[in-house]
Write a protein that binds this ligand. Structure first.
Ligand SMILES: *Cc1c(COP(=O)(O)O)cnc(C)c1O
Length: 451
């Protein structure tokens, strides 16, 4: 069997990490192509200006969102999630890692973001708003200086109803795009992969969203969505594999995080490194957030992605440098995981190329471990997340208590700064999971914990 003309043995020789991936072994990959921050910023095609532009757009829409989604009224229409200390998880995480974790443990609760209960409420909603703004400005019905609360008026629903939006999704992106598009008045179609949960399809249909189901995986759903949207110039396809707009929507999280950490009195600088652990599917969510964080905190921030052992598409794309030219299935890895939000076999090459000089590394986690974290976090902190959202939890142990993590600290010259570190685990979803489903997740985690 050959991949891009090379036999497997040759891949393993050139890129030793590939053997671990094929064997479904949990592994920590340190990115050898990470650059000093000044060089990374200098060569980046995406910039801080792009982040600020996205932030300003979300500010313009805030008065509208506060009215359209009353749950966002208390934050003035800004869709943001809180930080939580999770020190009660320390004994569990240290026990598992077999060593101490220096520094503070924080959780970023994107699981509790308003409107769609996952990190997709950042990028997905942003892209729909961006598109709506373009149409409204072009129609002459809206001006940049207007108070966007006017978008509540029926003439805008009428305007948007002449346009459609389509997306391919494993579930959560579909929820965000579907709910936001339907609220504005767009016709919206969500193409869903086989691993998408039934309750997500039901919820979308209840909001008037057209849901098309595929027996195949995420890449297929995206491909079909893209194909059906082609040739219809009133249809906007949200391209999760290539969208810079989605990416910028996610990146705004970093500006907000900076304020939250400052308000909490938590320093981030050379002697107080910030480690951020982000569950990764196709890459847009974690990539956008990590990009923003590196722009805002520079060299003091260290971003790691986390992927299921059965879907390590980003490590595969980055470590080989072949990005979307290879997929995990090429290497006999099945892309079957309980972490439905991360069940992606082929990574975004747009994200891979942008994030390569900024990213510290990525690691893999088994499904069993995700369930164990799910139960442990429920028991220790009373916080309930979906399986995908727990992949970040292994990060602090990997950085503090493994050979690879210690070598990374030493390479970065931060070994002696670790006592002042902050570990921020990005919890990417869970709040909308129905009770029965969540309780089944918990039971499964509980049984794996006591084994
Ligand atoms: C989509 C998703 C991710 C990863 O985002 P990508 O943009 O696909 O990399 C992580 N966690 C959850 C819960 C998600 O829904």
């Amino acid at each position: 069997m050959k991949i891009l003309g090379k036999p497997i043995g040759q891949w393993e020789e050139e890129f030793p990490i590939v053997r671990d991936l094929i064997d479904l072994k949990e592994t920590l990959w340190i990115n050898p192509k990470k650059l000093p921050i000044d060089e990374a910023v200098a060569e980046s095609s995406v910039t801080m200006e792009d982040v600020l532009d996205a932030s300003a757009r979300l500010e313009r829409f805030a008065p509208y969102l506060a009215l359209a989604f009353p749950e966002t009224a208390k934050t003035g229409g800004i869709i943001e999630s809180p930080l939580a200390e999770i020190e009660n998880m320390r004994p569990y995480l240290e026990g598992e890692a077999g060593g101490s974790i220096q520094g503070r443990l924080l959780l970023k609760l994107d699981s509790h973001l308003p409107i769609s209960g996952s990190i997709k409420a950042r990028g997905g909603i942003y892209e729909v708003l961006h598109h709506a703004e373009d149409i409204a400005l072009q129609s002459g019905l809206l001006k940049l200086e207007d108070n966007y609360a006017v978008l509540m008026e029926p003439r805008f629903r009428e305007l948007f109803s002449q346009y459609s939006i389509a997306v391919g999704s494993t579930g959560n992106l579909g929820l965000s795009i579907g709910i936001m598009s339907a609220k504005l008045g767009f016709k919206v179609t969500v193409h869903m992969s086989a691993d998408a949960r039934q309750w997500k399809k039901d919820l979308l249909r209840s909001k008037g969203v057209q849901v098309v189901e595929y027996a195949d995986d995420y890449s297929k759903a995206v491909e079909e969505g893209r194909r059906q949207a082609q040739g219809d110039d009133h249809c906007h396809f949200v391209d999760d594999e290539n969208s810079k707009t989605l990416f910028m929507g996610y990146s705004v999280a970093a500006l907000r995080l900076k304020n939250q950490l400052a308000e909490a009195g938590i320093p981030v600088d050379e002697t107080h490194p910030l480690f951020v652990y982000l569950p990764c599917g196709v890459g847009g969510g974690p990539g956008g957030v990590a990009f923003g964080i590196k722009q805002v905190f520079g060299g003091a921030a260290h971003c790691f992605f986390a992927e299921p052992t059965h879907s390590p598409c980003m490590i595969l794309g980055l470590s080989t440098g072949y990005h979307d030219q290879v997929c995990v299935q090429d290497f006999g890895i099945d892309n079957r995981t309980a972490a439905d939000g991360l069940a992606v076999g082929r990574a975004s090459s747009f994200v891979g190329k942008v994030i390569q000089p900024f990213l510290s590394g990525s690691y893999t986690v088994t499904d069993e471990r995700l369930y164990q974290y799910l139960a442990a976090l429920t028991d220790q902190e009373g916080i309930r997340l979906e399986p995908s959202a727990l992949a970040g939890m292994k990060g602090p142990g990997n950085v503090c208590a493994t050979e690879g993590g210690k070598a990374y600290q030493s390479k970065e010259g931060i070994t002696s700064a670790m006592a002042g570190a902050t570990h921020l685990i990005w919890a990417t979803g869970g709040n909308m999971v129905p009770e029965a489903e969540m309780s089944a997740y918990y039971q499964k985690g509980k049984s794996l914990l006591t084994k």
